[in-house]
Write a protein that binds this ligand. Structure first.
Ligand code: PRP
Length: 204
């Protein structure tokens, strides 16, 4: 039986395709609308980025590719043997320049984010009470519309922050694409998992 690999159709997909191709591994066509694709002995699942570690943790997928931002948020019990080196981003707390964060942080604040767990942990570690407003994306508009005081989100080029009038207040983590592996598959499919790892490692 072939290995099953969970991917997301988000921003890591082209990097994953480039890496698999360089490693001589099969990869599904990028323009397919099929969500389960068998390709030369591997089976690929296209799922939402936050769901990649879920499919891997539960063993539906033997392995997956997702950002370390997703892993920080999900806290899934998966193996993380490889930093794939692409998709480098920063997870930051950002706020409007007028918010006064640069001088002093408010003791209680409302944060809009897709990363509720990361945001809560980060702010609690500073002794701050945070109300988390969980959004699914486009969080950069929340402060300007009065939905939140600040956001926790990913920054790649910084353009989205800039064009929506936000400044980075603090970096929470630097992130990149990771290979994740199911704990059981690492034993039961040892040969295939090791071959996958070796091919990818050799191409980094
Ligand atoms: C991500 C992130 C920012 C943007 C940052 O969004 O949430 O909105 O990219 O990129 P930049 O610094 O290069 O401007 P994504 O496109 O993944 O969509 P999302 O709104 O669903 O999070």
């Amino acid at each position: 039986m072939s290995l099953t690999i969970a991917l997301s159709k988000g921003r890591l997909l082209t990097g994953a395709a480039a890496l698999f191709t360089k490693a001589g591994l099969p990869f599904p066509p990028l323009d397919t609308r099929r969500l389960i694709v068998g390709e030369d002995g591997l089976r690929f699942l296209f799922v939402k980025d936050m769901d990649v570690p879920v499919y891997v943790e539960y063993g539906v997928a033997d392995a997956g590719i997702c950002g370390s931002d997703v892993l920080l948020e999900a806290g899934s019990d998966v193996l993380m043997p490889l930093d794939l080196g692409f998709g480098r981003c920063r997870m930051v707390l950002a706020a409007p320049p007028s918010s006064g964060f640069a001088e002093a942080w408010p003791m209680s604040l409302r944060v809009a984010t897709k990363y509720a767990n990361v945001a809560r942990t980060f702010l609690e570690a500073r002794g701050l009470a945070a109300e988390i407003v969980k959004l699914q994306g486009s969080v950069e508009i929340a402060p300007g519309l009065g939905l939140a005081d600040c956001i926790v989100d990913m920054v790649e080029t910084g353009r989205t922050l800039r064009e929506n009038g936000l400044d980075v207040v603090e970096e929470i983590a630097s992130t990149s694409a990771r290979l994740v592996v199911n704990r059981a598959s690492d034993h039961t499919r040892r040969t295939e998992v090791a071959a996958l790892l070796a091919s990818l490692r050799a191409s980094l």
